[in-house]
Design a binder for this molecule. Structure first.
Ligand SMILES: Cc1cc2nc3c(=O)[nH]c(=O)nc-3n(C[C@H](O)[C@H](O)[C@H](O)COP(=O)(O)O)c2cc1C
Ligand code: SF4
Length: 435
C-alpha cells in the first residue's frame, strides 16, 4: 500500500538526502543531462504519456498544460511551493529532504518549455526548506547544472528562489505571479490571464507544484512504463498524501491511488486513536467537501471517483475527525481560515465568508437562531450559485467557494448537530453579530 519512488532516497538516507553528494550518488541529474538533448515536442510528449497530473490541487495533466504554452518568448517556469492549505504538508518534506529532485525537475521542465529563467516560490513560514533549496540551487550552479551552458552545452538556465510573506492566497497561481512581480497577492481574472498565455510579466508561464516537478526526474530517469506501472491505471505514478487529525500515525505517505479510504485511514494511518470511531474526513485539503464513513469508506481513492462523489483529492491532504469532534466547531474553524485569508477583491467572498463565519460562531457559542441554517445556505448560494460540485463561482478565484464546502458538508451530514447547538443555545453577541 505504501510505495517508495519519490520517498526512496529520503527513507534510505534520512540524514543527508538533501545534499548534492547523496543526490549524485543515487543517480541524480542523469535524467536532466539526457533531457537537454531532446526537443520540446519529445519532452512534452513523454510527460503527456506518463499521465502525471498536477499535485497542487486542480489535478490538471502536466503534459497538456505544457502543450498550451503560448509560442511567444521569453517564457517562464514558476514552481509553486506556497503550500498554505490547512492539512497540507507534503511539499515541505520534498523541499527540505529532497530539494535536488525539484531542481533537476526544473531543468527538465525548463528545457521542455524553452524557459531560461525559472522561479521557486516558497511559503515564508518554511525557513528550513527554503535554506535547503537555496543551498541546492547554489550547489547546482557550482556544478554547472545551472547557469550558462548547463551540462557543458549551450543551454542557459537561471533559477531564482523567492520567499512569500505568509498569505494563503499567494498559492493561487495568478496571485503568486502578482506577488513575484512585487504587487499585492491578488488573483487575476481568467480569462484573459491564464498563465500559459499571460503569466509572469505578461509572458507565457508554466506554473507547477513542487511535487509535480519533483516527479519529472523519475519519469525521465526510470521511464514512462516504470512510472505508469507504479500507479493506478488512470491516476498514474504515486501520490504524497498528508494525513492529519485523529489517527494513530499522522504523517506524509507515498501511496498509489485505487486503494480505499478504509485502507488509507485504518491501514496506512493506523486507524483512529484511542480506539474511537471515525466520524468524517476531509479528503483533499481544507477546501474539499467532507466524506463520511457510511457513504465513502470503501470507495477507491481516485480523482474520478472522488469527483463523482462531490469532492476532490486536491492537494492530497486528509484531515480525519473522530466521534468526539464537534462538527460545528470544525466547520467554523475551516470557514474562519478562508474568511481571514480572503484577499478582499470580490464582495461575495470578502463579505460572504465573514458572514458564514460569524453565523457559525453564533451557533457554536449558543446564540444560534432557527433560521440560521437557511441563512447559511443563502449566503453560501451567493458565493457559489446552485451549491453544486464543482462549484459555480461568483468570484475571481475558488477561495470563496472553499468556505462553502465546509458549510455545506456540515449541513448535509451533520444538520442534527447544528440543530442541537441551536436548541440548547443561550443568546450571546459575537464580534458585532447579535443573536
Ligand atoms: C486559494 C488557492 C490556493 C492554492 N494554493 C496552492 C499551493 O499552495 N500550492 C500549489 O501548488 N497550488 C496551489 N493552488 C493551485 C494553483 O493555483 C495551481 O493550480 C497549481 O500551482 C498548478 O500546479 P500543478 O498543475 O502542478 O498542480 C491554489 C489554488 C487556490 C485557488
Ligand atoms: S474569491 Fe476571495 S480570495 Fe479569490 S479573488 Fe475573490 S476575494 Fe480574493
Amino acid at each position: 500500500m505504501i510505495v517508495e519512488a519519490l520517498t526512496r532516497r529520503m527513507n534510505a538516507h534520512p540524514t543527508d538526502s538533501h545534499t548534492m553528494e547523496r543526490y549524485l550518488e543515487t543517480g541524480g541529474y542523469e535524467a536532466a543531462r539526457g533531457a537537454i538533448t531532446k526537443t520540446r515536442d519529445e519532452l512534452v510528449e513523454t510527460v503527456k504519456e506518463s499521465g502525471v497530473i498536477g499535485r497542487g490541487g486542480a489535478g490538471f495533466p502536466a503534459g497538456l498544460k505544457w502543450s498550451f504554452l503560448a509560442p511567444a518568448r521569453p517564457a517562464y517556469l514558476v514552481v509553486n511551493g506556497d503550500e498554505s492549505e490547512p492539512g497540507t504538508f507534503k511539499d515541505r518534506q520534498l523541499l527540505e529532504r529532497d530539494p535536488h529532485a525539484m531542481v533537476e525537475g526544473i531543468i527538465i521542465a525548463a528545457v521542455a518549455n524553452e524557459v531560461h529563467h525559472a522561479f521557486v516560490y516558497i511559503r515564508g513560514e518554511y525557513p528550513k526548506p527554503a535554506r535547503r533549496v537555496q543551498q541546492a540551487v547554489a550547489d547546482a550552479y557550482a556544478k554547472g547544472f545551472l547557469g550558462k551552458g548547463i551540462f557543458g552545452g549551450d543551454y542557459d538556465l537561471d533559477v531564482t528562489v523567492h520567499l512569500g510573506a505568509g498569505a494563503y492566497i499567494c498559492g493561487e497561481e495568478t496571485a503568486l505571479l502578482n506577488s513575484l512581480e512585487g504587487r499585492r497577492g491578488e488573483p487575476r481574472l481568467k480569462p484573459p490571464y491564464f498563465p500559459a498565455a499571460k503569466g509572469l510579466y505578461m509572458a507565457p508561464t508554466i506554473v507547477n507544484n513542487v511535487e509535480t516537478i519533483s516527479n519529472l526526474p523519475y519519469i525521465f530517469g526510470e521511464g514512462v512504463d516504470w512510472y505508469k506501472g507504479l500507479g493506478h491505471e488512470v491516476d498514474t505514478g504515486t501520490f504524497l498524501m498528508s494525513i492529519s487529525g485523529h489517527v494513530n500515525k499522522p504523517g506524509n505517505y507515498e501511496v498509489v491511488h485505487g486503494i480505499t479510504w478504509r485502507e488509507l485511514i485504518y491501514g496506512v494511518a493506523g486507524g483512529i486513536r484511542d480506539g474511537k470511531e471515525l466520524k468524517a474526513w476531509v479528503p483533499g485539503g481544507a477546501s474539499a467537501p467532507w466524506f463520511v464513513p457510511e457513504e465513502h469508506l470503501d470507495l477507491p481513492i481516485t480523482k474520478d471517483e472522488t469527483g463523482k462523489q462531490g469532492s476532490m483529492l486536491g492537494s492530497g491532504a486528509v484531515i480525519v475527525m473522530d466521534e468526539d469532534t464537534d462538527m460545528v466547531a470544525a466547520a467554523e474553524r475551516l470557514v474562519r481560515f478562508f474568511a481571514e485569508e480572503s484577499c478582499g477583491q470580490c464582495t461575495p467572498c470578502r463579505e460572504g465568508t465573514t458572514w458564514l463565519d460569524l453565523i457559525l460562531q453564533r451557533v457554536l457559542h449558543g446564540g444560534g437562531r432557527e433560521q440560521d441554517i437557511d441563512l447559511l445556505m443563502d449566503v453560501s448560494d451567493n458565493i457559489s450559485v446552485g451549491l453544486g460540485w464543482p462549484p459555480k463561482q461568483t468570484t475571481i478565484c475558488p477561495l470563496g467557494p472553499s468556505a462553502v464546502s465546509a458549510t455545506l458538508s456540515l449541513v448535509k451530514h451533520f444538520r442534527h448537530e447544528v440543530e442541537e447547538h441551536i436548541g440548547r443555545g443561550t443568546p450571546v453577541t459575537i464580534s458585532g453579530v447579535s443573536s
